[in-house]
Ligand binder design. Structure first.
Ligand SMILES: [Cu+2]
Length: 137
C-alpha cells in the first residue's frame, strides 16, 4: 500500500515535471508555422507560369475567398492562392503574358480590390462586407 502510494507520488511528480516542460517545448512550435508561412510563398514564385499580384487593400479571409472565386472565373487561371498576411495573390496561368496579367488584375478590381495598376470598381467595393473595407486612417 505504502509502496503503491510512493509509486503514485513519483508518477505524479514525473507528470508534473513534464507538464512544466511542455509550455517551453510548445512555444517555439507555435511561432514556427507563422515564420515558415511568411517566408514560404504559397506557390513557387520561380515557376514562370506563376504570377504574383499585390493586392494591398485586402483585409481578411473573406477578401481572399472573394478574390479567389473571381480569379478562378478567368479562363487562363489554372490555380489561385491568396496570402492575406502578405496581401499577395498567386495565380498559376497557362500563358504568363501581360495581357493575362491585366485580365486577372481587372477581375480582382471588379471584385472590389485595387491592385498596383488597376483601380477597384467602386460599386463592387461598396458592396463588400464592412470587415473587407479599408479601415479609415
Ligand atoms: Cu475581407
Amino acid at each position: 500500500m505504502i509502496g503503491a502510494m510512493l509509486a503514485c507520488a513519483v508518477a505524479v511528480g514525473a507528470c508534473g515535471g513534464s507538464k512544466a516542460d511542455a509550455p517551453k517545448a510548445d512555444a517555439p512550435k507555435a511561432d514556427a508555422p507563422k515564420e515558415s508561412h511568411v517566408s514560404a510563398p504559397l506557390m513557387d514564385v520561380n515557376d514562370p507560369h506563376v504570377m504574383t499580384i499585390a493586392v494591398p487593400t485586402m483585409q481578411c479571409e473573406t477578401c481572399a475567398a472573394a478574390i479567389t472565386k473571381g480569379v478562378k472565373g478567368v479562363s487562363e487561371a489554372q490555380d489561385v492562392k491568396v496570402d492575406v498576411d502578405t496581401k499577395t495573390v498567386f495565380v498559376k496561368v497557362a500563358n504568363n503574358t501581360p495581357d493575362t496579367r491585366r485580365q486577372i488584375e481587372q477581375t480582382i478590381a471588379g471584385v472590389g480590390y485595387s491592385t498596383k495598376s488597376v483601380q477597384r470598381d467602386p460599386a463592387a467595393y461598396a458592396k463588400l462586407p464592412e470587415c473587407c473595407k479599408e479601415k479609415k486612417q
